[in-house]
Design a protein around this ligand. Structure first.
Ligand code: FES
Length: 83
């Protein structure tokens, strides 16, 4: 299946590149050109990375792990009162 339409890169190509040692999104982007044109394929490339057991976040660690999303804390703004 074509993952990146702009650069005609398939999931098989991405998996083969990962098998050859590319273990970060930046490397795949540099070597294959994925997500360098319109950028719409980035999430799909990261999904293929995760399915291949490569960390899809930017850390480049070669293991799949859940990314903990911290709870969103509401911002509080304080107004300065005029003197
Ligand atoms: S679909 Fe990959 S850059 Fe456009």
């Amino acid at each position: 299946m074509i993952v990146c339409v702009c650069k005609s890169v398939s999931d098989r190509t991405i998996r083969a590149s990962i098998a050859e040692g590319m273990d970060s999104f930046d490397e795949l982007q540099f070597e294959l050109g994925v997500a360098t044109c319109c950028g719409k394929c980035e999430e799909s490339v990261r999904d293929v990375m995760a399915q291949s057991g490569v960390c899809a976040t930017r850390c480049g660690v070669a293991h799949a792990h859940a990314v903990a999303v911290p709870a969103v804390q509401p911002l509080t703004f304080y107004e300065r009162k005029a003197a």
